[in-house]
Design a protein around this ligand. Structure first.
Ligand code: GSH
Length: 222
């Protein structure tokens, strides 16, 4: 990263949620950052769009601090800076679509978790169908890539980071909203995806970050 950059702060709630892929990317880029848990909703109006996560990059080069308030933008900014997204627009887009679809799966999970009982069965079916489709797609990608533990090429990429981060939300973070979700998602995982998750978690730059939290490996191998 640029030597003119002094420090990073990630504002998010004290939970495994939307900020998780960003933490994976910060760790993967060997960036030290400070976690800030703003007082909410008191601090809502201080954020660019009234939501979290927010990444603040404090600069020492005289430029104004960079304040980013959309999770996909934050992730891709970090991934591009650290070389985890390819420079080729088509190759990058193929990785980005995987994250965007997986985020729709996660959004569908939250819809069915919090919707009225009268529409629960329908919303649950939507979530389950989206998850099935995503797992099938991701498994085929992994097979096409030689089942080497990475989604693209032979090294850790943006796609690996966000897949790991979002599966971590579903397997660990979301349990506080729906107790059976981890077992359900785990029952759907293919050997290829388990290998992808454990390979990502073992990526050496993630070691410090992984040590601070429950591990995905412990969940999927239990
Ligand atoms: N599109 C935004 C959505 C951010 C968002 O809705 N964040 C939630 C937490 S996961 C939030 O800040 N909720 C509190 C609020 O809206 O007051 C992003 O991807 O960053």
């Amino acid at each position: 990263m640029s030597s003119a950059t002094t420090s990073y702060t990630l504002r998010y709630f004290d939970l495994i949620g939307r900020g998780e892929p960003t933490k994976v990317l910060l760790a993967a880029a060997n960036i030290e950052w400070t976690d800030e848990h703003p007082d909410w909703p008191a601090a809502k109006d201080e954020q660019p769009f009234g939501t979290l996560p927010v990444l603040v990059e404090k600069r020492s080069d005289g430029e104004p601090d960079l304040v980013l308030g959309e999770s996909a933008t934050i992730e891709r900014y970090l991934a591009r800076k650290s070389g985890l997204l390819p420079a080729d627009p088509a190759a990058a887009a193929v990785q980005e679509q995987l994250r965007d679809h997986f985020w729709d799966v996660l959004a569908a999970f939250f819809v069915q978790a919090f919707c009225p009982e009268s529409v629960k069965a329908d919303r649950k079916a939507v979530f389950e169908a989206l998850l099935d489709r995503h797992i099938k797609y991701q498994t085929e990608l992994l097979q096409k890539n030689g089942n080497n533990g990475h989604l693209f090429g032979d090294s850790f990429s943006y796609a690996d980071a966000v897949s790991y981060g979002i599966f971590k939300i579903l397997l660990i973070g979301a349990v506080k909203f729906q107790a059976d979700i981890s077992d359900y998602v785990k029952s759907k995982l293919t050997p290829e995806i388990v290998k992808n998750l454990t390979t990502s978690e073992a990526h050496p730059p993630l070691a410090g970050y992984v040590a601070k939290s429950a591990t995905v490996a412990a969940v999927v191998q239990a």
